[in-house]
Write a protein that binds this ligand. Structure first.
Ligand code: CP3
Length: 363
């Protein structure tokens, strides 16, 4: 592992943390991106109680409640903090709205240097204090054997929303900035690196046991631009994290750059412990390129969950068999759960991962 783990560090017990650190496990751990969300009727009920999505994120008791819903229903191997990557730009001073059925919207997107000068560096204990309160509440009610994953967006992915004003198909505005005014973009990325380092370190202080950086839009960049505008800021974040606790235990960092199978070696050079993969890169191929000292997370096509149980199982087996009995794999989807997935598919998926991975590991 590319770690500077203290030699006497206690070995984690949970399957998830063990797999992140490349330690041996009896079966492959599994969690799912967007495991708490609209496909669960109990989530929709709590969101209704909260009023809207952002109010749910800002209510620590309700955010903790929805974080635990998929754990209680399915017994997944890790929980992920219920929040959103866009609470950071909001905490930096940008107005943020989630329009029903339309996704996130920044009514005053960033266009020039003067806009950057108005952004503030948030104190995570103040402007994002509700996230810290949610983390404490989750740790209080989460079974102690289930690790909690914290997260943030990558600076590049956050910048796409802050400059485009919301979700985008063509990314015209941020690409124009990238090629015409790179100084403006780099000024923004610089501010985001600082904000995210503070934010993730505060999450670690309040009790998350691993962190994932979501770089959803890294894949729209060519190799040189990916390195400069996406990877480099993430590597600076990783270098700034307090990953070793005083007791010697380590906080693994998962880096998920979607659509970046071509850039795996660059991603692995970031200092992360785990590389998240979407379904376009076979795990066996990723392992051959990166070697055994970095863990892999992924990578079932979420659309497989529309298929029948036999097909789900055979696709799970295909993913698992591409790594055989090697350590250092966390099973996940290659992107988030879709809102129209039948929740009954999830236990089929989890049983398949557990049974098939045990079978593969049996000599
Ligand atoms: O269970 C979990 O994974 C934890 C919660 C989580 C959410 N968003 C909740 C959410 C996490 C980790 C995120 C990350 C996030 N948010 C990303 C990166 C991961 C990815 O999916 O690529 C991005 C790009 C965002 C920004 C964002 N938030 C968008 C584009 C949208 C709308 C998309 C959609 O499907 O409607 C959101 C809203 C959002 N974030 C929802 C949830 C459960 C749906 C909101 C609702 O309940 O109406």
């Amino acid at each position: 592992m590319n770690t500077n783990t203290v030699p006497s560090a206690p070995e984690p017990q949970s399957l998830f943390l063990r797999a992140c650190l490349g330690l041996d496990v009896a079966q492959t751990p599994v969690w799912l991106m967007r495991q708490a969300g609209r496909y669960l009727p109990e989530y929709r009920e709590v969101r209704r109680q909260a009023g809207d999505f952002l109010s749910l994120c800002k209510n620590p008791e309700l955010a903790a409640k929805v974080t635990l819903q998929p754990i209680e229903r399915f017994g997944l191997d890790a929980a992920i903090l219920f929040s959103d990557i866009l609470v950071v730009p909001e905490a930096m001073g940008m107005k943020l709205q989630f329009l029903e059925g339309e996704g996130p919207h920044f009514p005053e997107p960033l266009t020039r240097q003067a806009d950057l000068d108005r952004l503030t560096l948030p104190d995570p204990e103040v402007q994002l204090g509700y996230v810290m309160a949610a983390i404490r509440e989750i740790r209080r009610i989460l079974p102690s054997g289930v690790p909690l994953i914290g997260f943030s967006g990558s600076p590049w992915t956050l910048a796409t929303y802050m400059i485009e004003g919301g979700s985008s198909k063509k990314f015209t505005l941020i690409k124009t900035a990238l090629y015409n005014d790179p100084g403006f973009l780099e000024g923004l990325l610089e501010r985001l690196v600082t904000a995210v380092v503070h934010y993730l370190n505060a999450q670690i202080d309040h009790g998350v046991q691993a962190v994932q950086i979501f770089d959803t839009w890294g894949g729209i960049l060519g190799p040189d631009e990916y390195r400069r505008f996406s990877l480099e800021p993430m590597a600076r974040i990783i270098a700034g994290l307090n990953r070793n606790r005083p007791d010697g235990s380590r906080i693994p960092v998962i880096l998920f750059s979607k659509g970046c199978g071509g850039y795996l070696e660059t991603i692995a050079s970031s200092g992360c412990d785990v590389v998240g993969l979407d379904w376009t890169t076979p795990l066996g191929q990723a392992r051959a390129r990166l070697g055994p000292n970095i863990a892999l997370q992924g990578n079932l096509d979420p659309a497989i969950l529309y298929a029948n149980p036999q097909r789900i199982r055979s696709e799970v087996r295909r993913v698992l068999e591409s790594l055989g009995r090697q350590n250092g794999h966390i099973f996940n989807l290659g992107h988030g759960m879709e809102p129209n997935i039948d929740p009954l598919k999830v236990p089929q998926l989890i049983s398949a991962v557990r049974e098939e991975s045990r079978r593969i590991r049996t000599p």
